[in-house]
Design a protein around this ligand. Structure first.
Ligand code: GDP
Ligand code: MG
Length: 214
């Protein structure tokens, strides 16, 4: 049996207050739903192990603990992210319109090396609600936002219900798969960095030897 360490994947869940971020995470990790989630739950992240393409990964999903209303989550929150989940509520048009500013906020704060192809995923939550409460012409508006505000990028979209556990697992499995690809890419660039670092040290040592007076 392989004794290799599990790959740790960091996932950031963003979106307006009340769209159901905490509920989605609780449903995915603990299979629980509550109508009364407080804005703050105390924990910074929840972790769940899962197997993706024969690899065991540990998905570390970061929650905002209520600070999202100020959009001030701090650099440490975003650092080292492998995937970003942008959430809206299918009954709240403002939350849909705000997706692009969450994406921008993420890119500014995280300073990822590949903003053009960083893996974002969109989740539209609360699909269990009555049709009459949903945003009118939702699909058209969504298409407009992905085309015009999210840069025409074809981010995967999942419509979920954290309440009735619809599509939550599928969405997060895709998150894990995309995060794993990003992690492998990051790992490769970290190795490149190490090579540069070793080259720099070697040069430094050679110089030191030539000029050593001791
Ligand atoms: P957050 O602020 O984005 O973390 O949102 P919460 O997870 O705290 O959820 C806000 C409110 O929406 C709570 O009252 C939840 O019970 C409710 N909620 C969350 N997900 C769903 C859902 O899938 N369906 C319905 N009907 N309500 C939900
Ligand atoms: Mg929350």
């Amino acid at each position: 049996m392989s004794a290799r360490k599990k790959t740790l994947l960091k996932v950031i869940v963003l979106g307006d207050l009340g769209v159901g971020k905490t509920s989605l995470m609780q449903q995915f990790v603990n299979k629980k739903f509550s109508h009364q989630y407080k804005a703050t739950i105390g924990a910074d992240f929840l972790t769940k192990d899962l197997t993706i393409d024969n690899k065991t990964v540990s998905l570390q999903i970061w929650d905002t603990a209520g600070q999202e209303r100020f959009q001030s989550l701090g650099v440490a929150f975003y650092r080292g992210a492998d995937c970003c989940v942008l959430c809206y509520d299918v009954t709240n048009e403002k939350s849909l319109n705000n997706l692009s500013s969450w994406k921008d906020e993420f890119l500014v704060q995280s300073n990822v090396s590949n903003p053009q192809d960083f893996p974002f995923i969109i989740i539209g939550n609360k699909i269990d609600v009555d049709e009459s409460k949903k945003i009118p012409s939702l699909q058209k508006k969504l298409l407009n936002i992905t085309n015009n505000q999210l840069g025409g990028l074809n981010y995967p979209l999942f419509e979920t219900s954290a309440k009735d556990s619809i599509n939550v697992e599928t969405a997060f499995e895709n998150v894990a798969r995309m995060a794993l690809q990003q992690e492998e890419l990051n790992g490769a660039s970290r190795n490149d960095m190490n090579d540069d670092y070793h080259d720099a040290i070697n040069i430094h040592l050679e110089n030191d030897n030539s000029g050593c007076a001791c």
